[in-house]
Design a protein around this ligand. Sequence first.
Ligand code: FEO
Ligand code: CA
Ligand code: CA
Length: 639
Amino acid sequence: MPKDFDDMEDSNRSSNPSIHDVSDPKRRIVLRGGIGLAAAAWFGSLAGCAATPPPAAAPRLGFKGIAASTADAVVVPEGYTAAVLAPWGDPVGIAGRMPAWASDASNSAAEQALQMGMHHDGLQFYALEGSRRGLLVSNHEYTDDGLLHPGGMQPWTPEKVAKSQAAHGVSVVEIVLNEGRWQLVRPSPYARRFTAHTPFAVGGPAAGHALMKTAADPAGRLVLGTIANCASGTTPWGTYLSGEENWANYFIPADTPTAHERRWGIRKNTWYRWNEHDARFDTVRHPNEAHRFGWVVEIDPMDPASTPVKRTALGRAAHEGATVAVTRDGRAVVYSGEDARFEYIYKFVSRDRIRPAGGGLSAAQANAGLLDHGTLYVARFDADGSGRWLPLVHGQGPLTADRGFADQGEVVIKARQASDALGATKMDRPEWVAIDPLAGWVYCALTNNSSRGSGNNPGPDAANPRANNTMGHIVRWQEDGDFSAERFQWHHFVLAGDPANERPEAKGKVQGDAFACPDTLAFDARGVLWIGTDIGPTALNRGEMAHLGNNQLLACDPVSGEVRRFLAGPVNCEVTGCSFTPDGATMFVNIQHPGESPRDRSDAAAPRRYSNWPDFLPDGRPRSATVAVRRTDGGVIGT
Ligand code: FEO
Ligand code: CA
Ligand code: CA
């Protein structure tokens, strides 16, 4: 997440009634250490539910926590190592096409399209040979165009636009564990890059819709590229899901944007300048192009010849990511937060059951259309601790033609407006969603919202209880029944923040090591919740994070509530993405935008004032990269 993000997404001006206005938010704040009774009641009422087995014994956090760090280094506990893998610019390993990284950033656009993209975000490991060989799939969320080109952004040229577009998207690399150290396998038949130009098919109700048709694609069924890929998920059938998050920043409208564009945050004051050399991103000339972004995309990493697909049944949003659960009868459920102020949390339930591989089809092929049919819902968090999943179904309630929704395609393309009409709860920037594999709780990180309660913005409500919420919180819920339920029970898991903060609404209520701005959430197989942080500029500017150090990854025992700092990243980075090998002995984590300068994105030198991790060359450029974390004795991470 770029540090100037706080100036961006703030476009929900809907006046959907907030039933929380009369609630006492403090009543719903169930802090860690105080959840026992509520949790016991919910677990009891759900006993026997396949999605909610009784809680296991408390997982132990068996490592010695680290201190907050301000070093330009990745810091891990005693007995652990963190090795750099696949930094920005390294060739992914396509046979015969492996241009070497040029440390002065002089690689061309064509070369960049064969190399790791910039600003790694969500990632997932896919095993090829148990826990010693596999594929690592990473998102590349955005570019720092000052850093991407040898002389920065001036002059701005078509080649620089092309290189920026080539540095976006998703990468697939093959990796192998040799004598305790992970290395890229190059060349590899699996190595692949998806960029802002890769063809994506369109699946679901928006495929072929009039609002999806463009001059270059009159059928509205084939989109060039994926951009702004933020968090990731994996499906039981072995595919990779990636959320297109801040895509609105790339589209430049007329001086006066339409009301529809304003609702989606499309505006003139954005740092991206692709429109100057690629008319696709000029909404005056190509008004429908923006409708083709904001989707969850599905990629089959095991089939290098497969066509990736935009799954429109999951709704259009500033999708953070996509997290999959399975109902008792074998249907897929996908949760996704929309990371923007006052936006929503969605859930999709597939119509059909997940099919096994067979008949010559891989599991991915057998489920190729599974996410194209089903029901999309948006969350409403009620003040009494219950919640409702409101169906985004054309023809139901206000989602009718006379209210501006001609069909289901228009409902999913205008999912924000549909959610406004249904009265969904406006959240504090929902980021990653993670599901406790032992207890069935669904967790969502609400990273921060410094605008809550200011100006004409909504004030605190039950689910988002703090005005000027610079620190963020984590909410969790249990579905009433299984993951397909239309009702749930929720509470706050933790209010993040610096205990030294003198502003009451920013003071954290964390049991253990304090943190702020939760973003990444991931459970390991033992049921430990891993929390990655993305401290934002508002809090930084206020000097509120002085005690917390660089962005970090923490382990949390969801039963006892203890939080322990595990990894700290380099200066001005974000720690994001977290995935494990099946044996739990390697954790892959992405380090995004080390050295990022909050102020000057056009200046090639700016980030280098803060960091030159991981190469530490005298005039080196900081590079986003994956780190592979292992114990020196080869044991399970965190035990
Ligand atoms: Fe891309 Fe919401 O972080
Ligand atoms: Ca973030
Ligand atoms: Ca994120």
